[in-house]
Write a protein that binds this ligand. Structure first.
Ligand SMILES: Cc1cc2nc3c(=O)[nH]c(=O)nc-3n(C[C@H](O)[C@H](O)[C@H](O)COP(=O)(O)O)c2cc1C
Length: 377
């Protein structure tokens, strides 16, 4: 599977790497940022960017259907944002089906059902990972969504290992494939765990093996399982693939600070595959320079201004600069706290842009690095 693009039903992706849905982080501007920052030299196993598929935040189908501005903004996509997965959540099969159709009608390449969200607001109404406690309902919802979608738009599901038992996912995954689900993503933690501990690759492997045994004889080949959790660099991507046998890898938090990660993970797979075949080493891409990183952040900021408005762009850049600037401070080099402070305290876009320019000119350095992890609470 190394370096082999993912086939999801009728849709062939450019790679086998997916940008995870991360509510409040992976908006349209960020999805395009990852696609561009992960651009790869043409010909690297045929792909033009390491991002095979990027996914929206979880979307409320009821919100989409009644035209709520918040939901419409979250579902917004663009020609540069292809192929795109739209993720819906809920527990009412009829509303989910209508939401799935809405997503397909509004540009979704793939529609995904959220079966992994641990957040109370979602689970209290029996959606998200609560569906892992009621296989019958989960399957019913998937069946309803599948029937509502045109044949060219595959349906996928993203789940955890289980609510509290880490062995629930294999059976649910297999049952979902029986009603036409074309790929399954598994985050290697239970709902009870939230984000504690490490993603359990051995448990993800059990889902991979079960789905392969269950669907291997089908005419289109086995339904792909995508491994997810704690992939933060090319080595952890290779490790996820080697230890689970998954067909693809979904990356979330790692991309928030390294939006070019998909390029590196794809290059590492192509390289490993070449080594295994005894072919010449295609090498790895060079890490981006500080100037290139600032240009990535600058473009991201401009895209938020373009797609949304000043208020949104300022709020987001202030809250995300800590993550995005993390790779700017290498060990042994001066920190970038003054740069982050300048962005955080900027009264408007002009001052944010000035901070970018000043940093490139060699200023705004010094101080200690800061840590900040987003958590789905
Ligand atoms: C702040 C935050 C928001 C998230 N939002 C979603 C979401 O909307 N839908 C979803 O399926 N998963 C969501 N997740 C889970 C991620 O998609 C992913 O499964 C998880 O972060 C593990 O992958 P990672 O270690 O690569 O980040 C969220 C995670 C975080 C930290």
């Amino acid at each position: 599977m190394l370096g082999v693009p993912l086939q999801i039903g009728p849709v062939r992706l450019g790679t086998n790497l997916l940008l995870a849905p991360i509510a409040r982080y992976c908006d349209l501007a960020f999805r395009i940022t990852c696609r561009e920052a992960s651009r790869i030299s043409p010909g690297l196993a045929g792909a033009s960017t390491g991002v095979g598929l990027a996914c929206t935040d979880l979307l409320s189908p009821a919100g989409l259907l009644r035209g709520s501005q918040h939901s419409i903004d979250l579902a917004r996509t663009h020609d540069l944002d292809r192929p795109v997965g739209m993720q819906i959540y809920g527990s009412d099969p009829a509303i989910m089906a209508e939401g799935a159709k809405w997503a397909a009608d509004h540009g979704a390449t793939v529609v995904d059902i959220n079966m992994g969200c641990p957040v109370d607001k979602v689970t209290k109404t029996d959606g998200g990972s609560r569906l892992m406690c009621d296989f019958g309902k989960a399957v019913h919802i998937a069946e309803a969504c599948r029937s509502a979608l045109p044949s060219g738009v595959p349906l996928t599901c993203k789940m955890r290992l289980g609510w509290s038992c880490p062995d629930d996912a294999p059976a649910l995954a297999c049952r979902l494939t029986d009603v036409g689900v074309a790929a399954i993503t598994v985050h290697g933690r239970t709902t009870d765990q939230r984000f504690k501990g490490r993603a359990d690759r051995a448990k993800i492997k059990r889902v991979v093996d079960a789905v392969r045994a269950h669907t291997g004889g089908r005419s289109g080949g086995p339904i792909p399982v995508i491994g997810n959790g704690d992939v933060t660099d090319a080595d952890s991507c290779l490790g996820m693939m080697a230890e689970t046998g998954c067909a693809g890898v979904m990356i979330g938090r790692g991309a928030l600070s390294h939006p070019w990660l998909f390029r590196d993970c794809w290059a590492a797979q192509v390289r490993r595959a070449a080594q295994m075949r005894g072919e010449p080493d295609p090498g790895m891409p060079a890490a981006p320079t500080s100037e290139e990183i600032i240009e990535i952040i600058r473009k991201y900021f401009h895209r938020m201004l373009e797609f949304r408005d000043t208020h949104y762009a300022m709020h987001m850049i202030r809250s995300r600069i800590s993550w995005m600037a993390r790779p700017l401070s290498a060990p042994g080099e001066p920190g970038v706290k003054p740069f982050k402070e300048a962005v955080r305290l900027a009264p408007g876009p002009a001052e944010v842009v000035r901070a970018f320019d000043e940093f490139i000119a060699g200023g705004l350095r010094g101080g200690l690095a800061e840590e900040h992890e987003p958590a789905e609470t």
